[in-house]
Design a binder for this molecule. Structure first.
Ligand SMILES: Nc1nc2c(ncn2[C@@H]2O[C@H](COP(=O)(O)OP(=O)(O)OP(=O)(O)O)[C@@H](O)[C@H]2O)c(=O)[nH]1
Length: 340
C-alpha cells in the first residue's frame, strides 16, 4: 500500500462516457482493449514487475461475501450458510495471479438491527477492515438495494476506489432491466467499476481478477504465492463446526451460538480435536443435539469429513454442547470467546 489513497485509477473520459463503458462491459457487450487475465498456476515474476494490495469484501449479511472470498482464494477459508451473519471474524485470504498478489479481507455483514456486544464488536471489525485497503468490493444482490446496503455504503471512505459487485446475477431473469438499476447506483456513489456476476461462476470470478488488478499498487508480494490464508488450523476447525451447525439447524437456532476449540492435538497423521458448541438456552441445546443425538452426530461427521479433505489427514472430532445464557450481550464474554 505505497500509493496515495486519494488517487483513483479512473479514466480521463467524461463521466457519462465512462459510465456507458462500464455498463457495456458489465452487461457483457464488447469493449475494446479489455484484457482477460487467465487464472493459472504461479510463475516466477521479478519483484519490479510485481503488484500487491489489500482488497476488502464488504456488504450486508447474506449477499455472498464468504462464497466470493472462497472462490477468489480457490479454497474454502471462510464459512458460508443461508443464515445471515455467519462470518464473525476478519479473514485474510491470499491469491497470486500472474504478477499480482491479492490480499483479501472478508468482513462480517454490517449489523444495523440489534445493538448488543457481539454486534458492536462485529461492526468495529468491519470499520477496521476497510480503513486501510487499496480497493473495496461492495457486494450487493444484483437489482436490489435497501437501507441495510445503504448503511454499509455510507461507511466506505470516499478516498478508496469501490467496485460495485452485483452478486447473484444468476437469479436476475430480466437482465436488460439491470442498466437503469446500475445507473441509479452510480448516483449513490462514484463506483470505480460495476461488476454483475455470480460468485458461484468460475468464469465470472476469473474476470474479476482482471478488473481488480489495476487497483493494486506496484510493489513486491507480501506472502509466499503458494500460501492461501493466515488463519490457523484451530480456527478452521471451529469455523467448520459452526458452518455445519448453522446449515443443519436451519433458521431455528439463533446466530449467537458459537464454537470453542478445547483441544487441538497432532499425533502423526491424526488431528485430535475437542470442541464445545455454546448456545444461549436449554431449548437450543436440544435443537443442536437432536433426537437421540442424531443432529450433533451429523454436525460432527460432516465437519470431520470436510476437515480431512482440506488437511489431507485423519481427524478425530469430539463435540460437546453447553448453555451460557446471555453471552452475546456481555462484552467480557464476547472477548473471551475470541471476538476483538
Ligand atoms: N444463486 C446464488 N447464490 C449465491 C451466490 N453467492 C452466494 N450465494 C448464496 O447466498 C447465501 C449467503 O452466502 P454467504 O457467502 O454466506 O454470504 P455472506 O455475505 O458471507 O453472509 P454473512 O456471513 O451473513 O455476512 C448462501 O446460501 C450462498 O450459497 C450467487 O452468486 N448466486
Amino acid at each position: 500500500m505505497t500509493e496515495p489513497k486519494d488517487k483513483l485509477p479512473a479514466s480521463d473520459a467524461a463521466p457519462d462516457v465512462k459510465l456507458d463503458a462500464m455498463l457495456a462491459r458489465a452487461l457483457g457487450k464488447e469493449v475494446p482493449n479489455e484484457e482477460v487475465v487467465a487464472v493459472s498456476s504461479v510463475e516466477p515474476v521479478p519483484p519490479e514487475q510485481q503488484r500487491c494490495g489489500f482488497v476488502a469484501i464488504v456488504g450486508k449479511p447474506n449477499v455472498g461475501k464468504s462464497t466470493l472470498l472462497n472462490a477468489l482464494v480457490g479454497q474454502k477459508i471462510s464459512i458460508t450458510s443461508r443464515k445471515a451473519q455467519t462470518t464473525r471474524h476478519r479473514i485474510t485470504g491470499y491469491r497470486t495471479v500472474g504478477p499480482s498478489q491479492y490480499v483479501f479481507v472478508d468482513t462480517p455483514g454490517f449489523q444495523t438491527r440489534h445493538s448488543n456486544a457481539l454486534n458492536r464488536s462485529l461492526n468495529k471489525t468491519v470499520l477496521g477492515a476497510v480503513a486501510d485497503v487499496d480497493l473495496i468490493l461492495f457486494v450487493v444482490e444484483a437489482g436490489h438495494f435497501n437501507l441495510a446496503d445503504a448503511k454499509v455504503l455510507d461507511l466506505l471512505p470516499a478516498t478508496i476506489p469501490v467496485v460495485l459487485l452485483a452478486n447473484k446475477f444468476d437469479l436476475v431473469h430480466r437482465r436488460g432491466e439491470l442498466a437503469p438499476w446500475l445507473r441509479s447506483m452510480q448516483e449513490r456513489h462514484a463506483f470505480a467499476e460495476f461488476v454483475p456476476m455470480s460468485a458461484k461462476n468460475g468464469r465470472d470470478v476469473e474476470r474479476l481478477f482482471g478488473i481488480c488488478e489495476q487497483y493494486l499498487p506496484k510493489q513486491p508480494w507480501m506472502h509466499d504465492p503458494e500460501e492461501l490464508t493466515d488463519r490457523s488450523e484451530r480456527f478452521m476447525a471451529s469455523e467448520m463446526v459452526r458452518e455445519k451447525l448453522f446449515r443443519l439447524t436451519g433458521d431455528e437456532l439463533p446466530y449467537t451460538s458459537t464454537v470453542i476449540i478445547d483441544k487441538f492435538e497432532q499425533e502423526g497423521n491424526l488431528k485430535r480435536i475437542a470442541a464445545t458448541i455454546v448456545v444461549e438456552r436449554d431449548g437450543h441445546k436440544g435443537m443442536v443435539i437432536g433426537d437421540k443425538g442424531e443432529k450433533l452426530k451429523r454436525i460432527g461427521t460432516e465437519a470431520r469429513q470436510e476437515l480431512e479433505k482440506i488437511w489431507d489427514c485423519k481427524v478425530f472430532l469430539e463435540l460437546w454442547v453447553k448453555v451460557r445464557s446471555g453471552w452475546a450481550d456481555n462484552d467480557a464474554r464476547v472477548r473471551s470467546f475470541g471476538y476483538e
